[in-house]
Design a protein around this ligand. Structure first.
Ligand code: GLY
Ligand code: MN
Ligand code: MN
Length: 430
């Protein structure tokens, strides 16, 4: 396999923690994602549903996980349904999970072919009181297509209107927000590979290279170290492009004197790193670039101290705004008297720092987790302040991934060059 799967214990424990929270006589059904069509007979690559991954490790389309801890028949308490392998599938699509492989991977003893789902579903529905179904409840998701899980929810409500339906998503969000040692292992590997990619770039970037050439260097480094690829579409923006927050066209030549923003990271074993560094194309910061860079770095370092157990992300964000205000005044971008008079609902710093500072990270890049609940040890967040000055064609963001600890936070990216001096030395020692 390209990546080492997490041990089955990880998934056994995750299911135990989930089922401990269910109401009596509850049935949980979790579906894989669809394979999305493109045009003609084309399809996008398969992206597994993160909750299926979290509860079973099964990275295969059309799989269904069924949990019914109170089932009278012990064999129906935990079941996995997967596509039946066949000669035809072997020839056209290659290897699919056998029942034995699915059991070894997930720790689920009772694995069935998909065609046995309907009979089991009918039987369990006749005994279930509550049915937990899944849906995407990420607060910033914009969804225009109906997912497999929503199609299934619609069907359930139509065929079994008298059951009590429950939302699985809030339970999954709480569980997934706290990372286990095994999960951290995969995340650290994604970060290690990301580090290798960034170091390769420090030796590669120079005036005249195009952003897409940098993208090509990275994907080579990531994939040869067993990453499945980029964790998200890479943002490689030189000069003014660095001020476009979701810039992904990566088609511009990097020019002497510009700063280059790199929001680029690897995905390994379904876990995502999320790194941003901003470097001078010619290997030397100007005084102004260094001043802006160090302002962002100071905010970054302060955030690493502020994001501690008990903090509410939305309140922390307001505090970060105040730090940013001071830095922007120091850089001559805001005036103190205007800041004092500003409408608190529309703080002036947002012109130069319009995005959030931290999000959960894990199986998804903007991972699930209730940001109105206090931060807890075991959570992993990004810290990613930035200053974007469009009129100067200069954008700087710095982003690391931080594990919240009971005693202190651990910067999982502490080894990746971040200081002006380190970056300059590495860029000039090629
Ligand atoms: N790369 C996406 C983000 O930083 O949130
Ligand atoms: Mn990022
Ligand atoms: Mn991020």
């Amino acid at each position: 396999m390209r990546y080492s799967p997490l041990p089955a214990d990880q998934f056994i424990e995750a299911r135990k923690r989930l089922t401990a929270q269910l109401k009596p006589r509850s049935l949980v059904i979790v579906h894989s994602n669809d394979i999305m069509p493109t045009n003609a007979d084309g399809t996008m690559g398969f992206t597994q549903n993160s909750d299926v991954l979290y509860l079973s490790g099964v990275d295969q389309e059309e799989s269904i996980l069924v949990l019914f801890p109170d089932a009278a028949d012990e064999k129906q308490r935990e079941m996995l349904f997967v596509r039946e392998t066949s000669e035809h599938i072997a020839v056209w699509e290659g290897e699919k999970l056998t029942k034995e492989q699915a059991t070894n991977l997930s720790g689920i003893k009772h694995v069935h072919w998909l065609q046995e789902f309907e009979t089991n579903f009918r039987q369990l529905m006749c005994h279930a009181g509550h049915v937990y179904l899944n849906s995407n409840e990420h607060q910033r998701a914009k969804i225009e297509v109906e997912s497999r899980e929503l199609r299934f929810a619609r069907r359930c409500r139509h065929e079994y209107p008298l059951h009590s339906y429950e939302r699985l998503a809030p339970l999954m969000h709480d569980l997934r927000a706290i990372k286990s040692e095994h999960e951290l292992g995969a995340l650290k590997e994604a970060i290690r590979i990301t580090d290798l990619g960034f170091r390769r770039l420090l030796k590669f970037v120079k005036p005249g290279v195009h952003e897409f050439e940098i993208e090509a260097e990275l994907i080579h480094e990531f994939v040869r170290h067993r990453a499945s690829g980029f964790a998200y579409p890479p943002i490689i923006g030189t000069g003014a492009n660095a001020c476009v927050l979701h810039y992904v066209t990566n088609n511009t030549e990097c020019k002497d004197g510009e700063m280059l923003l790199l929001d680029v990271a690897a995905r390994y074993g379904n876990y995502n790193a999320d790194l941003t560094r901003t470097i001078p194309v010619n290997g030397r910061f100007t005084d102004r670039q260094r001043a802006v860079y160090n302002a962002v770095l100071r905010v970054f370092r302060a955030c690493c101290q502020m994001l501690r157990p008990g903090v509410i992300i939305h309140e922390y964000q307001k505090e970060v705004g105040k730090l940013m205000e001071r830095e922007l005044i120091g850089l001559g971008l805001l005036k103190r008297d205007e800041v004092e008079k500003q409408d608190p609902e529309k703080p002036l710093f947002k012109k130069y720092f319009p995005h959030g500072t931290s999000h959960h990270l894990g199986l998804d890049v903007h991972d699930v987790g209730d940001t109105w609940k206090p931060v807890q040890p075991g959570m992993v967040f990004t810290i990613e302040p930035g200053i974007y000055i469009r009129e100067e064609k200069l954008g700087v963001r710095i982003e690391n991934n931080i594990l919240i600890g009971a005693e202190k936070n651990i910067d999982l990216m502490a080894g990746i060059p971040i200081e002006v001096k380190e970056i300059e030395e590495m860029m000039n020692s090629r």
